[in-house]
Design a protein. Structure first.
Length: 340
């Protein structure tokens, strides 16, 4: 295992753990670069997912490797932990083990459901499918749709070309037999669970995890399959990155920035430039503290959750349809948002 760091180590640290058969770069490279100005970004590269690495042997070993590296770096208390798919399952195990203490955790569709009698079948078939994709061989579309969500081809486009069958098999062995630990109830981390509506097993996993972490917040993205939310940002439309979620990030990065906001109260003016837009454009960022009566805290939290839910709903539609016309979106969804 190895780690890529971005940004100053003086800033709050956020650890990202990527998914099976993908890579740290394909999952979180762009997010890391966008966030590195304000955070100390750590991209974990799992064994079996970068050139010259040993095969991935299992979730427990991955947790030990992560814990050891963070301990050496004096980073057992980190600001954020983000895991996608297998990385999300590893993140759940890290929370249960309790050796590192993330203030906030985002679990993007972790697979945490014991498949019972089907685990042997999936442990055999999923690696075979990944190998066929790696080798450019045909895989029936309906099988990919069944596993990843209809029309979702993120597994193909995010694939690490050096992935081995042994790495996939070892990961699947642990993932498809995964059982949640009772120690999860001891975590103090603020946890969010992200999933798409086309992900049946993460939906079951969210229900199971909520029994252990009742305060967990679940974020559901309409009409999206596995990893699709992360993967579906339109690379040919830089303006969506700068317009929809504030001028520093798109939908994914907006949510991460909102979740891992620095609590220090600051106000500053900085350049915002993506290589194509006007480099003289400035963004004024003001971070304020709201002082409210205790009776108003609950109402304010409810308002914030409703606002976040509305933003998630509409942003997911924009990513799916590429419809960025504000007036058109207003006419189509204003009343629906108000009612819900």
């Amino acid at each position: 295992m190895r780690f890529i760091t971005m940004g100053s180590s003086e800033n709050p640290s956020i650890l990202f753990v990527h998914g099976l058969s993908a890579s740290a770069e394909s999952c979180y490279g762009e997010a890391g670069r966008l966030m590195s100005g304000k955070w100390h970004v750590i991209l974990c590269e799992l064994d079996g997912h970068y050139p010259g690495s040993p095969v991935f042997t299992g979730i427990d070993n991955a947790c030990r490797q992560i814990e050891t590296w963070l301990t050496v770096q004096s980073l057992t208390k980190i600001h954020g932990l983000v895991g996608l798919s297998l990385g999300g399952t590893i993140a759940v195990s890290l929370l249960a083990r309790g050796n590192i203490q993330p203030e906030k955790t985002v679990l993007d569709a972790p697979f945490i459901v014991d498949m019972g009698i089907l685990k042997g079948f999936y442990t055999k078939m999923f690696p075979l499918g990944v190998m066929r994709i790696r080798d450019g061989k045909y895989v029936p579309g309906f099988i990919i749709d069944m596993l990843m969500g209809k029309g979702n081809r993120s597994i193909i486009e995010m694939l690490y070309p050096g992935i081995s069958e042994e790495t996939c098999r070892n990961a699947c062995r642990d993932v498809y037999a995964y059982r949640l630990s009772d120690k999860l109830k001891n975590t103090s981390s603020s946890v969010q669970f992200w999933r798409g509506t086309r992900e049946p097993y993460p939906a079951k996993g969210a229900a199971l995890l909520k029994k252990h972490i009742p305060a967990m917040e679940e974020i559901v993205f309409p009409d999206m399959g596995h990893c699709q939310f992360l993967h579906s940002q339109p690379q040919d439309t830089p303006s969506i990155i700068f317009d929809l979620g504030g001028e520093e990030c798109g939908f994914l990065f907006t949510n991460l920035l909102q979740i891992f906001h620095i609590r220090t109260l600051t106000s500053n003016c900085e350049n915002v430039y993506d290589g194509t837009m006007n480099p003289n454009k400035f963004s004024l960022t003001a971070k304020l503290q709201l002082i409210v009566d205790s009776d108003d805290v609950s109402a304010l939290k409810d308002t914030m959750h409703a606002y976040t839910k509305a933003c998630n709903f509409l942003s997911a539609i924009v990513f799916r349809t590429h419809d960025m016309e504000r007036r058109h979106l207003h006419d189509l969804y204003y009343h629906q948002l108000r009612e819900n």
